[in-house]
Design a protein around this ligand. Structure first.
Ligand code: FES
Length: 367
């Protein structure tokens, strides 16, 4: 948004005046509505209050969303909207602070790792400063804290720790007394994200067992193994939470499965679309967007969301990875394949998620 303001001297002057006020929403909404009505519908403005280095490639941004933002539950994600060179870009991040913090002082934190080649994460790292404003969407996701004092095991890797930080802080504040173990895998000690928060929690919350594994700091790399799980007391009774790179999550699922821990007691969340192996030979086809009177031909494993955008349509979306259901849309006819599971749909009318649905032959979508 700042770049748009900077393109126009009068807007820039107006922006400076407005920045002096206390409530971002009160002054930004009318301005945003003129620039881009989608901002107001999809986002709540949030001012950056501080920026803290976590590691060499990860920063924590303390944000103060306008008070009309609906809040979140520990472990949920939000979409963040920023304008880069005049184009609005959206990305999904997990909130790393607890809902209690939002309720007490109106702030939340996002802990964001710089991704190699990542347009938005690199822009945020290089440009977003104290006083700037970003758009924050509604929170979503069903990675939720355990209930009823159940013993829990968290397995996290790298920046997958961010929703776990929110959950651990929430459990500690609720005086959760059942045993909670965190196995946190990082490459080196210097890559620990949220180190101070984790060490403070270990100090103040007796239920927490914290084991940080620096995989690259021993003669042979130490990946998750049965030995780590053997060290978790009463593991068969634990509810398990996984968040990290796909390889770690797959390995954790396999090792927990070998211990006969039921799938409904294993919860996971992810940061990119884990693609099932799709046989791309029979994918693609004629796609008709019936309400827009638009027809296009698709090839390969492109999902319907990208196909629609390539046809200059603007379907609603959020996470773009199958979590939030904001892209749900009616399929009138045809078969689509789910990118997450590899499962083909039936041929008839049903609701699908555009971001993870790949046409398999001719498809008609009510968009
Ligand atoms: S955009 Fe979130 S599920 Fe499709």
């Amino acid at each position: 948004m700042l770049s748009l303001l900077e393109q126009n001297p009068s807007l820039r002057w107006l922006g400076k005046q407005l920045f002096n006020r206390e409530d971002p929403a009160a002054f930004f909404d009318p301005l945003l509505e003129k620039l881009n009505p989608m901002w107001v519908r999809q986002y709540v403005p949030a001012r950056v209050r501080s920026v803290t280095d976590e590691t060499v490639d990860t920063k924590t941004f303390l944000l103060e969303p306008a008070s009309r933002w609906a809040g979140f539950e520990a472990g949920q994600h939000v979409n963040i909207g920023v304008d880069i060179d005049g184009i609005r870009r959206n990305r999904t991040f997990s909130l790393s602070s607890s809902p209690r913090q939002w309720h007490s002082d109106g702030t939340v934190t996002l802990t964001i790792k710089r991704l190699p080649g990542g347009l938005v994460t690199n822009w945020i790292h290089d440009n977003l400063q104290v006083g700037d404003v970003v758009g924050v969407g509604d929170a979503f996701g069903d990675f939720r804290v355990p209930e009823d004092q159940e013993p829990a095991l968290y397995i996290a890797g790298g920046s997958g720790i961010t929703p776990v930080l929110s959950q651990l802080e929430t459990l500690a504040a609720s005086e959760y007394s059942a045993p909670v173990t965190l196995l946190y895998f990082v490459r080196t000690q210097a890559d620990i994200i949220g180190a101070r928060k984790l060490y403070d929690l270990r100090q103040s919350w007796l239920a927490l067992t914290l084991e940080i594994v620096a995989t690259n700091e021993s003669a042979t790399p130490q990946f998750l193994s049965s030995t780590h799980l053997d060290g978790v007391a009463g593991i068969d009774e634990r509810r398990c939470y996984l968040c990290g790179p796909q390889g770690l999550m797959d390995l954790a699922q396999e090792l927990l499965g070998q211990r006969n821990i039921r799938k409904d007691r294993i919860h996971s969340t992810f940061f990119s679309v884990p693609k099932a192996a799709l046989a791309s030979d029979d994918l693609g086809g004629e796609v008709t967007f019936s309400r827009s009177n638009t027809g296009v031909t698709s090839e390969g494993d492109a999902p319907l969301l990208e196909i629609a955008e390539a046809a200059n349509l603007s379907p609603r979306y959020g996470c773009r990875m199958g979590i939030c259901h904001q892209c749900s849309c009616k399929k009138a006819s045809g078969t689509v394949v789910n990118r997450l599971t590899g499962q083909a749909s039936g041929p008839g009318e049903e609701t699908i998620q555009l971001c993870i649905s790949v046409p398999q032959g001719p498809v008609t979508i009510e968009l």
